[in-house]
Design a protein around this ligand. Structure first.
Ligand code: FAD
Length: 467
C-alpha cells in the first residue's frame, strides 16, 4: 500500500530527510501538493513564484517516472480524500515552523493517527530543530551573536543523496492542473517583468550555489553591501520553496571556509541569520505581527497613510529608497542593505507602523519568508529581538555615498535620474498598474520630508515615549 509524501516548502529531491525515510519503507509513493487556505493567503509575488517552483518540481519528479498530484482544499479533508482514493496507509511531511502551519499540522497528526493512519513529520527546513539550540540556562537565544557561537561548532548532518528510484503506485489519484490554479492571477506583472530574475527549481539552485562559491564568495564580505553589485548568492528565493536545503548550503560554505575562501564564514553567518529568525518565530509566534518588545504598542506609529502609499510606489523623492522599492516591484527581490534602508525610512522618517511595510514586502517579494521578513522589520523598527536601537536611523543619502558610490543602483531602477534610462528603470513604468498614472517623463518628485526633519520628528517621538 502506498504512502502519501506531502510536499510543502521542500520542493527538492536531494537532502530530503522525509523523502529518504519514505523511500526506506520500500513502498510506492504518491507525491502530493495541497493548495490549502493558508497557502492561498500568501502574497501575490510569492504565490506566482510558488507556481513556477511547483512546475519545476513536477518536472524533476516526471524525470523519475513519478508525478506530483495537485489538490486544492483544507489540508486534512484533502488528505483524507487522497487516502481513501489511493488506499494509502501513511502520510509523511517536512515540518514547518510558522504558527499557522504548526497548528494545522498538529491537528492533522492527531486526527490521522486516531484514524489509524501513520502520520510522520521530519526535519529539513532548518539546520537544527528550534528546540535543539538552547542557552546554558535552557530556553532559546534572543540575541544573534551568542546564537551564532552556539551554532557554528554544532555538527550538521551531511546532506542526503537524492533517492535513486521512487516506487510508483498501481493507480494515481486525480490531480488538478497547475494552470487552473492561476497562482499568478494577482501578480499581473509576473511573467513579463519578474520572470527574467528568477532562478527556479532544484538544478538552478544548485548551480547558483556552485557559481557563488566559485566566483563571488571570496569578495563577499567587502561587496555584499554594495547595492549596485551582484555580489550575494541570491539563494533566499530557493530556500523559500525548499529548492535547496540549508544543510547543503552550510556544508558547501563550510568546505569553502576550510579551503581558505575569505568570505565563506561571513556567508555562513548570514545563513545563520535565517536560522535565528526561524528559531525565534518558533519560540515567539507573535514575532510575526506584534511588537516583540514591551512598551512599543504605545509608540505613536502612523497607520497606513498617503506617504506610505508613495513609499510603496517608489515616489518618496529619496532616490535610494525609490530605487529599492522599484527594484522589488520589477525583480521580486531587493538587496539586503536596501531592505534595511527602505524599512528604516518608512518606520522612522515616515513614522509608519512597521506592519504596513511588512505587508507590502510580503506581497512583492518572491523570497518572502515570514520569519526573516518579520525579524528584519522588527530589527529595523527597533521593537524586535536583538534590534537596532530606534535612535539608529539610516540616512539614505549617507548610505548612498557609502554603498552606491557611482549611483549605479539608483540609476538602474529610477528612470527619472538618467537621460537614457536603463531597461529595468523603464520596465518599472510598464509594470505598475495604469491607475497609478506614472510616466517616466514626469519630473522626479520632491522629497516627502527632508531627511533632517524626518529624523528629528522620529527622535522626538521616541524621546517622548521614553520620558
Ligand atoms: P546572501 O547574502 O547570499 O545570504 C545567504 C542566505 O542567508 C540568504 O539566502 C538568506 O537565507 C540568509 N540571510 C542573509 N541575510 C539575512 C538576514 N538579514 N535575515 C535572515 N536571513 C538572511 N529574507 C528572506 O529570505 N525573506 C524575506 O521576506 C526577507 N525580508 C526581509 C525584510 C527586511 C526588512 C530585512 C531587513 C531583511 C529581510 N530579509 C528577508 C533578509 C535578507 O534581506 C535576505 O535574506 C537577503 O537579501 C537575500 O539575498 P541573498 O540570498 O543574496 O543573501
Amino acid at each position: 500500500q502506498p504512502l502519501l509524501v506531502w510536499f510543502r516548502r521542500d520542493l527538492r529531491l536531494n537532502d530530503h530527510p522525509m523523502l529518504t525515510a519514505a523511500v526506506q519503507e520500500g513502498r510506492p509513493l504518491i507525491p502530493v501538493f495541497i493548495l490549502d487556505p493558508e497557502t492561498e493567503e500568501i502574497g501575490a509575488a510569492a504565490k506566482w513564484r510558488l507556481g513556477l517552483a511547483l512546475a519545476a518540481f513536477a518536472e524533476s519528479l516526471g524525470a523519475m517516472g513519478q508525478r506530483l498530484v495537485l489538490r486544492r482544499g483544507p489540508a486534512l479533508e484533502t488528505l483524507r480524500a487522497l487516502i481513501s482514493e489511493s488506499n494509502a496507509t501513511g502520510v509523511y511531511w517536512t515540518r514547518a515552523y510558522d504558527p499557522a502551519s504548526r497548528a494545522r499540522d498538529s491537528a492533522i497528526k492527531e486526527a490521522l493517527r486516531a484514524e489509524g493512519i501513520e502520520a510522520q513529520s521530519h526535519p529539513g527546513f532548518t539546520l537544527h530543530e528550534p528546540w535543539q539550540v538552547e542557552t546554558g540556562q535552557g530556553g532559546c537565544y534572543r540575541v544573534y551573536s551568542p546564537f551564532w557561537r552556539a551554532v557554528k561548532d554544532r555538527p550538521v548532518a551531511a546532506p542526503l543523496p537524492a533517492p535513486a528510484r521512487l516506487l510508483i503506485p498501481a493507480a494515481w489519484p486525480r490531480s488538478d492542473k497547475l494552470d487552473d490554479w492561476r497562482l499568478g492571477a494577482a501578480m499581473r506583472r509576473g511573467a513579463a517583468v519578474c520572470a527574467p530574475y528568477q532562478h527556479v527549481g532544484e538544478p538552478a539552485a544548485q548551480d547558483r550555489l556552485a557559481a557563488f562559491l566559485d566566483q563571488k564568495v571570496a569578495g563577499y564580505r567587502a561587496a555584499r553591501d554594495l547595492m549596485g553589485e551582484d555580489a550575494t548568492s541570491g539563494l533566499s528565493e530557493n530556500l523559500t520553496y525548499g529548492e535547496i536545503s540549508p544543510r547543503t548550503i552550510w556544508h558547501a560554505g563550510f568546505r569553502a571556509m576550510q579551503q581558505g575562501a575569505a568570505g565563506a564564514e561571513h556567508f555562513l553567518k548570514e545563513l545563520v541569520w535565517r536560522e535565528f529568525a526561524w528559531h525565534l518565530l518558533y519560540h515567539f509566534p507573535t514575532l510575526a505581527d506584534q511588537n516583540w518588545r514591551e512598551g512599543w504598542d504605545a509608540f505613536p506609529w502612523r497607520g497606513d497613510n498617503e506617504d506610505a502609499e508613495r513609499w510603496r510606489r517608489g515616489l518618496t523623492g529619496e532616490p535610494l529608497v525609490d530605487a529599492a522599492m522599484r527594484q522589488m516591484y520589477v525583480t521580486g527581490t531587493m538587496h539586503n542593505r536596501a531592505r534595511m534602508i527602505a524599512a528604516s525610512y518608512l518606520t522612522k522618517h515616515l513614522m509608519t507602523d512597521w506592519r504596513v511595510g511588512l505587508r507590502w514586502f510580503a506581497d512583492c517579494l518572491t523570497d518572502w519568508d515570514p520569519a526573516a521578513n518579520a525579524m528584519g522589520w522588527q530589527w529595523v523598527a527597533g521593537c524586535g529581538p536583538d534590534a537596532a536601537p530606534y535612535f539608529r536611523i539610516f540616512n539614505p543619502a549617507g548610505q548612498a555615498d557609502k554603498f552606491d558610490v557611482d549611483a549605479r543602483y539608483r540609476r538602474r531602477f529610477v528612470a527619472e535620474l538618467s537621460r537614457t534610462p536603463e531597461p529595468e528603470a523603464i520596465a518599472y513604468f510598464r509594470a505598475v498598474p495604469k491607475r497609478w498614472g506614472l510616466d517616466p517623463a514626469q519630473p522626479y518628485p520632491a522629497p516627502l520630508i527632508s531627511l533632517d526633519a524626518g529624523r528629528r520628528r522620529a527622535l522626538e517621538a521616541y524621546e517622548q515615549r521614553n520620558a
